[in-house]
Ligand binder design. Structure first.
Ligand code: NDP
Length: 331
């Protein structure tokens, strides 16, 4: 590697909030890792809906800012105090701050995880963020048990197909929703026990019919604005609403009295990065995810691959509901 390659890396940045045209591939400085940091050379990066929120300004950034929250690659150097990784290690992460759409970067080491040899860089780049999200939704928010029923929106998406498989592996009945019959078929193949095309039919009525009028124990909702309110009507009394995303737009304000009137419902709005903030918990979540993959319980579904310089096309496909499973950017 020559001196220049060491100092600069092709990186996707935005200079202001806006549409996919704001994504610019530029040479961006990398530098040397300071205390608690590593320098990592990426082999593949993951695309996630949070990248869209950051690009549009729904989740504001200080501009100019590099984008991307997930990647896998090889550690090139570690800063003082980093003990769980060393130069030459295979590694993968979902982490803040954004900056993963890049050939290489310097970043905090805490949320970077050693990657087992049996998991490829592309597979890791496609599951770290979405898979650890499923891990905390099923295990760390609420004590879900085998035999319980979950309604999961956008079940054929990146998080969705992992959730279908995770539910199957835990003996949890997952009723999915998706925007086309083809997407519903994919969700069922991945372990959903039923899947409702919510563009064609009233999902509240369908969920009631599928649960003998009782409703579900938990709703996991990453769609947000369009699904939040009707989803409350899908819950059993004392049920738990886990709101975790805004693919259709942010959820309107909710009256606490609504939760009382609909049967003492519980409500949480979670974000992965709260769970990853603790180093030991983050490493434990990654290990749990890798175990699921290595045991065969979870099969990686990379639905789309885009070269880094076609990142705008990748964003348009994700926003346009054109993708299934996970999407990666290749380097
Ligand atoms: P997906 O692959 O699931 O893509 C989003 C899907 O949402 C679309 O494919 C589409 O599926 C559905 N959708 C419904 N309405 C719309 C709309 N108006 N515009 C666009 N999409 C819509 O994305 P991800 O797997 O990356 O993420 C899923 C959700 O989970 C996102 O909201 C994301 O922000 C959230 N998330 C939250 C995390 C957290 O910890 N809080 C962590 C990770 C993800 P269909 O056509 O079937 O309706």
């Amino acid at each position: 590697m020559n001196e220049r390659e060491h100092d600069m890396a092709r990186t996707v940045i935005i200079e202001k909030a806006g549409g996919a045209d704001e994504l610019k591939l530029v040479d961006w400085p990398v530098g040397e890792p300071g205390p608690g940091e590593i320098r990592i050379r990426h082999m593949a990066c993951g695309l996630n809906f949070i990248d869209v929120y950051q690009r549009t300004g729904l989740y504001p950034l200080a501009y100019p800012h590099a984008l991307g929250m997930e990647a896998a690659g090889i550690v090139e150097a570690v800063g003082e105090g980093v003990t769980h990784l060393k130069a030459g290690d295979r590694a993968a992460y979902a982490a803040t701050p954004p900056g993963a759409y890049a050939e290489a970067r310097v970043m905090p080491a805490s949320q970077v995880c050693p990657l087992p040899d049996g998991i490829s860089f592309e597979d890791a780049a496609s599951i770290m963020l979405q898979g650890m999200t499923v891990e905390y939704l099923f295990h760390r928010v609420w004590p879900l048990e085998a035999g319980q029923t979950v309604l999961f929106h956008a079940a054929a998406g990146g998080v969705g197909l992992l959730a279908c498989q995770w539910a199957r592996s835990e003996g949890i009945r997952l009723i999915g929703t998706a925007g086309t019959d083809e997407k519903c078929r994919l969700a069922m193949e991945n372990g959903a026990s039923a899947c409702i095309n919510y563009r064609d039919s009233d999902f509240v009525a369908e969920v009631k019919a599928l649960t003998d009028g009782k409703g579900v124990d938990v709703v996991m909702d990453g769609v947000g604005k369009d699904t939040f309110a009707p989803s409350l009507d899908c819950l059993k009394p004392l049920g738990m609403m886990m709101s975790f995303g805004n693919a259709s737009g942010p959820v309107d304000p909710v009256s606490l009295l609504t939760l009382a009137a609909k049967g003492s419902l519980k409500l949480t709005r979670t974000t992965l990065f709260t769970f990853l903030a603790d180093h030991a918990r983050c490493q434990d979540m990654a290990r749990h995810l890798f175990d699921k993959v290595e045991s065969g319980a979870i099969k990686v579904n990379i639905g789309q691959r885009f070269p880094l310089d076609q990142v705008a096309e990748a964003h348009r496909a994700l926003e346009g509901r054109q993708t299934t499973g996970s999407t990666i950017l290749t380097l």
